[in-house]
Each structure stands twice: as structure tokens, then as C-alpha cells.
Design a protein around this ligand. Structure first.
Ligand SMILES: Nc1ncnc2c1ncn2[C@@H]1O[C@H](COP(=O)(O)OP(=O)(O)O)[C@@H](O)[C@H]1O
Ligand SMILES: [Mg+2]
Length: 248
């Protein structure tokens, strides 16, 4: 079962539509969007401001609802489950990195990284061990007791990457992860994300308005007005979906 899902794509989105309604104004931010991302791929989604990149990330990760279509992650239909099941599925299969680091200011680096592990029931000793290992992995083994305010922006973003990866998620979503960083720190963060994909096969979907950042990523997708207009360099081909037949 696992292998069949792997061949069909880790993320399979079909006909996804999202319309925001504010008073009498409607904005269709995603228009019948289809996307397959396979295990081990790193994908950058670029496009101008307002083209729907953040909406794509929020809808395909199940952080936000959709108006039509279907999204499967790791073999599970996100919008066929209850909100509670979706939240649980997200905690177990997805990691997130945002432009604003969203670290807890009174927690040290290691406490920030272990928190999501503790929330899914990992034993404290194991959570601490794993958090320290991940901080070491992102080059912050010497900063584990520092609070966010005692670290540079680049270091804080590396803490969030350690936090996103600590639970060994199937997929990591990153929304403008370098948006708050100067170019040297942005390069470091991109180097780290590319390395995690290349060396460890971490599946990553990154959205950015910065085409120079997009150009560093193996597969580059461009969006305009809620549609995918270009998709170059797909690294792993998805097999045609296997029809739903009852098992046994
Ligand atoms: N919460 C919201 N309510 C109403 N409109 C929204 C909301 N979020 C985004 N939009 C609109 O949807 C479109 C896509 O936005 P977004 O996904 O944030 O684009 P991007 O991340 O590419 O800049 C834009 O026209 C934006 O104004
Ligand atoms: Mg955005």
C-alpha cells in the first residue's frame, strides 16, 4: 500500500478551487489547480504578489478549506476527514516554515524545536534528544540554550527549519522562508533547504516571489492569477493514478 502511494505522488491535488469572499467582493485565488509532488522532490512555486502562492500552500496543506477539488497527502484525502483528524494528520506528516519565524520568545532554541514533538506524544527524553540532533544538523549545536531574541534572523530561521523537520515529516512547506533575511542569510537558509532535499531526500514545497531563489530549486513552477502557468524540471515522474478498487 505504501509503495503504491509513493508511485502515485506524495501530494496529489486535483481541480482545486479557492474563492475568498469579503462582503460582496469575491476573489478566486486558485482556479482548478492540479499538482502532483512525488516523494523526494523539491519544488519552488514562484509568481508575482497576489498570484495565489500562499493560498496554494494553505489549501494544499489543509490549513485552509477549499471550495472544490481534492487534495491527497500521503494517501489521505485531506478534506474527507474531520477537522480534528486533519489537524492530527498535519502534525504527523507536515512541517512548516514561514516568513515570520513564529518562535516562542520565552523558550530556548531546543525548547522551541521539541515542542511539536511533545504535542504529538513523544517522550520528553526522546524529544530532547531529537531536538538537539536537529539543531546540530542545521548548524546550531552551539546555540541550543539561546532564546530567539539572542539569535540572528538566519539563526532563528534555522531553528524553525529544525522544528519543522524534527518530527520527520513526509513534506515540508515553506512560505517565503527567506523573506525576512538579508541576502547572505537567505543564501544560508536556501543552502540548508537544498541540502536537506539532496542529501536526505526531504520533500519540500517552497513558495517565493523571488525568482532568483526559485531558480536554485530543482523543479520550478510559476503561478499567475491562481493558475500554474509553467512547470519545469520535475525530478520524479508520477505514475498514472491507480483507480479506486475495493481491496479484498
Ligand atoms: N484572507 C483573504 N481574504 C480575501 N482575499 C484574500 C485573502 N488571502 C488572499 N486573498 C487574495 O487572494 C489572492 C491571492 O493571494 P495570495 O495567495 O496571498 O498571493 P501570494 O502569496 O502569491 O502573494 C490575492 O488577490 C489576495 O488579495
Ligand atoms: Mg504570499
Amino acid at each position: 500500500m505504501e509503495d503504491m502511494n509513493a508511485d502515485q505522488g506524495l501530494l496529489v491535488a486535483t481541480g482545486v478551487r479557492k474563492t475568498y469572499r469579503t462582503g460582496s467582493v469575491e476573489v478566486t485565488a486558485l482556479l482548478d489547480l492540479d499538482l502532483v509532488v512525488c516523494h523526494g522532490e523539491m519544488v519552488a512555486v514562484t509568481g508575482p504578489s497576489g498570484s495565489g502562492k500562499t493560498t496554494l500552500l494553505n489549501c494544499l496543506s489543509g490549513l485552509d478549506d477549499i471550495d472544490a477539488g481534492r487534495v491527497e497527502v500521503d494517501g489521505h484525502d485531506l478534506f474527507a476527514m474531520s477537522d480534528a483528524a486533519r489537524t492530527e494528520h498535519r502534525a504527523r506528516t507536515m512541517g512548516f516554515v514561514f516568513q515570520a519565524f513564529n518562535l516562542i520568545p520565552v523558550f530556548s532554541a531546543v525548547e522551541n524545536v521539541e515542542l511539536p514533538l511533545l504535542l504529538v506524544g513523544t517522550r520528553p527524553r526522546e524529544a530532547r534528544r531529537r531536538a538537539l540532533e536537529m539543531l546540530d544538523r542545521v548548524g546550531l549545536g552551539h546555540r541550543v540554550e539561546h532564546r530567539p531574541s539572542e539569535m540572528s534572523g538566519g539563526e532563528q530561521q534555522r531553528v524553525t527549519i529544525a522544528r519543522a523537520l524534527a518530527g520527520r515529516p513526509a513534506i515540508v512547506w515553506a512560505d517565503e522562508p527567506t523573506g525576512n533575511l538579508d541576502s547572505a542569510m537567505a543564501d544560508q537558509v536556501m543552502d540548508l533547504l537544498c541540502e536537506l532535499n539532496r542529501d536526505e531526500g526531504q520533500t519540500i514545497v517552497l513558495v517565493t516571489h523571488d525568482s532568483a531563489i526559485g531558480a536554485r530549486v530543482p523543479r520550478l513552477i510559476r503561478m499567475r492569477d491562481g493558475r500554474l502557468v509553467d512547470d519545469v524540471g520535475q525530478t520524479v515522474r508520477a505514475r498514472a493514478p491507480i483507480p479506486d478498487v475495493p481491496m479484498g
